[in-house]
Design a binder for this molecule. Structure first.
Ligand SMILES: Cc1ncc(COP(=O)(O)O)c(C=O)c1O
Length: 358
């Protein structure tokens, strides 16, 4: 197991990659974040007026040239307006920015249509309820916004990202301002989902302790642990990490649900009766597809040891669909190639989801 107990997150990076290269990557990453923040954030001034903290045209041009500002010329949605991405501004006092007081959804788009949209919007409602926020718009209004963004950005294949925060409190205060309106942001991202080259080779993962808070069923933007874990996995030369509870049972991947296939063909995935994993929308679709195909599926805890002796493993998420996992902690799973169950489920999932796409 790789993780904080054996290898502190910060140290793994320097242990497993060239220190010079890492410093360069990290510093440019933080520079880029700062560059974006400086150019895009605005704040209330001492007299309450909106003060846009802008860099000069010359500075902006320089940052663009150094790759600090990535403008893709997209139209994004922000609080009722469809805007060019570079004109969408959020306050520095927004609680999403200060406290990760926000929930999000990612819906995939194939052939210009949304997959599993109903499931995503229902989970959004559930996440909001769990953090005591009302839905700021109806499900249908969200669908219309998604559709307009897909059309305006000519998105054939990729994802739509949606985030709702508890809004701008006008100051930093742990207690929210009751009258603050939610901030609603949506944007599109082009991605190669069907012809994802990783689906052909499978991915390699490492195990890490699950050190997240205990409400992983809420899709919040508190993603630092997952993000650091992905950085770690990359530094170790693998693709992702699967998280383990205190009994060495797999909870889920950093941004996906985890499955294995036993020698008799039974598919196993952790149940969603608790609050320790996300109720994945792709997971639900795969469970449904497996039942329709009369495949045996058990929803129960499974251990790290079981993964090592499984014939196949795979993960599911909106942006990767069904992704074969061919190695865990350096141990090959099955024959080390994407297995027939994962490949079949991927194919059927894509076919069936397209039929229901909206
Ligand atoms: C922790 C976690 N588990 C599972 C998933 C997969 O969920 P879905 O299939 O709804 O994308 C995600 C997706 O972001 C996730 O972050």
């Amino acid at each position: 197991m790789y993780g904080a107990t054996r290898y502190p997150l910060t140290r793994v990076v320097s242990r497993h990659c060239c220190a010079k290269a890492c410093t360069a990557t990290n510093s440019s990453m933080f520079l880029s974040r700062r560059g974006n923040a400086t150019a895009a954030l605005s704040a209330k001034g001492s007299k309450g007026q909106m003060v846009t903290h802008r860099t000069s045209k010359k500075q902006e041009q320089k940052m663009k040239m150094s790759g600090s500002i990535h403008t893709n010329g997209r139209t994004v949605y922000l609080n009722g307006s469809f805007l060019p991405e570079q004109d969408a501004r959020i306050s520095v006092f927004d609680r999403g920015f200060l406290f990760a007081d926000a929930v999000y959804e990612v819906s995939s788009v194939l052939q210009g249509k949304l997959l599993d949209f109903d499931g995503h919007v229902k989970r959004l409602e559930r996440s909001l309820e769990a953090i005591q926020m009302p839905m700021p718009l109806t499900a249908d209004a969200f669908l219309q916004i998604h559709r307009r963004l897909i059309a305006e950005n000519s998105l054939e294949e990729g994802v739509v990202y949606l985030q709702i925060t508890r809004g701008n409190a006008g100051d930093r205060n742990f207690l929210p301002t009751p009258q603050a309106e939610a901030t609603v942001v949506l944007f599109t991202q082009k991605m190669q989902l069907v012809e994802n080259p990783k689906a052909k080779t499978g991915i390699r993962v490492v195990s890490i302790p699950d050190q997240r808070w205990k409400r992983c069923d809420i899709k919040t933007t508190q993603l630092l642990y997952q993000s650091l874990s992905k950085m770690n996995a990359k530094a170790l030369g693998v693709d992702d990490a699967w998280m383990l509870d205190s009994h060495d049972n797999v909870t889920e991947g950093t941004s996906n649900n985890a499955f294995l296939v036993l020698a008799d063909g039974t598919i196993v995935t952790k149940s969603i009766t608790g609050t320790d994993i996300l109720h994945g929308i792709t997971r639900a679709a795969v469970v449904r597809v497996a039942a329709e195909m009369d495949m045996q599926l058990q929803e129960r805890a499974f251990s790290l040891k079981e993964v090592h002796t499984a014939t196949e493993a795979f993960s599911t998420s909106a942006s990767s669909f069904v992704m074969p996992v061919v190695e865990l902690d350096g141990v090959q799973i099955g024959d080390g190639k994407p297995g027939p169950v994962a490949c079949r489920l991927r194919e059927i999932y894509i076919q069936e989801s397209l039929k229901r796409a909206v």
